[in-house]
Ligand binder design. Structure first.
Ligand code: AMP
Ligand code: ZN
Length: 117
């Protein structure tokens, strides 16, 4: 738990969220400001600042592996496993990261087109 981290507070239940999926190491919850009909954030329960932080240790890589292993269940829960979706990770200031607890945006529920930005 990192002090003053909004996603750590969501993981602990101090801040409410609409949970989509949860297991012992991963939580998926609805984004408060959705950009598409489906917009879910998938996070490790343990705090890592960003993708570089989580990828820099064996323990972090194990958590990242857990997150990827949870994705099919999250997609199924959201009903987008057949239709498809986009997975986005913003890293750092120029990457547009505003919450410094690593998270993947799972976006879908409509045709997103081929664009990346
Ligand atoms: P990023 O810009 O990649 O760091 O994305 C942060 C995301 O967190 C944004 O899409 C916000 O809408 C979302 N967000 C911020 N606060 C909350 C919250 N309390 N519950 C759910 N999503 C949130
Ligand atoms: Zn955190």
């Amino acid at each position: 738990m990192s002090q003053d981290c909004i996603f750590c507070k969501i993981v602990s239940g101090e801040i409410p969220s609409k949970k989509i999926f949860e297991n012992e190491s991963i939580l998926a919850f609805e984004d408060v400001n959705p950009v598409a009909p489906v917009h879910t954030l998938v996070v490790p329960k343990k705090h890592y600042d960003n993708i570089l932080d989580i990828s820099s240790s064996e323990a972090g890589l194990a958590d990242l592996n857990q997150l990827m292993a949870a994705l099919p269940k999250v997609a199924e829960e959201l009903g987008v496993e057949e239709s498809g979706f986009r997975l986005i990770n913003n890293c750092g200031e120029e990457g547009g990261q505003t919450v410094m607890h690593i998270h993947f945006h799972l976006i879908g529920g409509r045709n997103l087109g081929p664009g990346l930005i």
